[in-house]
Design a protein around this ligand. Sequence first.
Ligand SMILES: Nc1nc2c(ncn2[C@@H]2O[C@H](COP(=O)(O)OP(=O)(O)OP(=O)(O)O)[C@@H](O)[C@H]2O)c(=O)[nH]1
Ligand SMILES: [Mg+2]
Length: 386
Amino acid sequence: MAFSFAGMIHSLSFATRSRAAVARRAHNPKVLGSIPSFATLSFRFGSFFYSRARPEKWAPGSSALVIVRCVALVYVRGTGRQAHPWETRSRERYICNIMKVGFVNIFGKPNAGKSTLLNALMGEKLAIVSSKVQTTRHRIKGIVTTDDYQIIFSDTPGIIEPKYKLHEKMMQAVKGSLEDADVGILLVAGNDNLTENDAIFSALRLKVPCIVVLNKTDKCKPEQLAAATAFFESRPYCAKLVPISALKHIHLDTLLSTITGLLPEGEPFFAEDEMTDLSERFFVGEMIREKIFDLFEDEIPYQTTVLVHEFKQKSTLLKIGANIIVQRDTQKAIVIGEGGKMIRKIGSEARKEIEKFVGQKIFLELFVKVRPKWRENDTYLKEYGY
Ligand SMILES: Nc1nc2c(ncn2[C@@H]2O[C@H](COP(=O)(O)OP(=O)(O)OP(=O)(O)O)[C@@H](O)[C@H]2O)c(=O)[nH]1
Ligand SMILES: [Mg+2]
């Protein structure tokens, strides 16, 4: 009885959040699986009604707030309910020191530096980067948790007019990221065409606060920066503007404090040691794809994808098998190269990165397969993870 009551209230409290927020929780079974105790729920409901009745008493740091939190903490600790250490820490954090929590999704034209920014904010290379456009094809989440905030950043594919089905899938990843953002980062290279970027940002129609981030300031002339700042600051979607260099890590701390200033308070969605919701296999495939972007010009990177079909822990190493998918026989010959020169190069460069990523020796086996028009074929696209 007590269980079903708690469960019912739990779902009720979710009903006050957006559907997107509920869907986001589904990513994290650890959070979804922990049903709040009666004390936690009483505290939440009590504080909600109290805050509505006496808003002036509810200012951060007010004595009323501190007393209610302390009483609730003593009560929750006193119930003696066995909880997972992470769950306990998270509840204490929620009661004593509500965190800033939310989804911060990065949007922009291809090549604006979205993936470079995600990696810089994470302090870890999660997303592949290249000097060519349309490198990122998926939404890539990176989670940063400190004592004060949990930010779930999302890198997204560069916004383009779709020309084939793969493009449509890429733009669906952008659309999904528009729906659950708590804060939008509108990323633009400071020396890029301002009106083109403005048209894209306006078309996104984001209803959440947006930060226009002027990137690549290391390459901009002061007058370019001044013009871009004046231009975007006057736009209706621009809540804040921050100039940065994602590559040189300039002003990232200002960007972080601007983000946390706009985020709502709440409980963390993910355990504090979680960094992403994507699999190791996914990142391994991406690292191989990055080498293809680095090593080949023209159409090859755009007509290629990578499917990791084997990921097996052996006694001394990890065995990884991957297929490089191309559209035509001529492309297969180019990817293999004379006497296998190019495929060996892809393999040796990808292996170094993958070994750093998985933290152990790997055996990497690459094959090249021809799948005509795979970018237009729903079955292939699904099989290849799009
Ligand atoms: N000089 C300079 N170059 C940068 C900066 N940020 C990114 N770049 C470069 O810009 C290029 C594109 O970077 P990405 O991070 O792949 O860009 P993206 O927006 O993710 O591109 P797509 O995935 O194609 O949409 C790379 O060559 C980066 O090294 C920066 O702050 N300064
Ligand atoms: Mg990218």
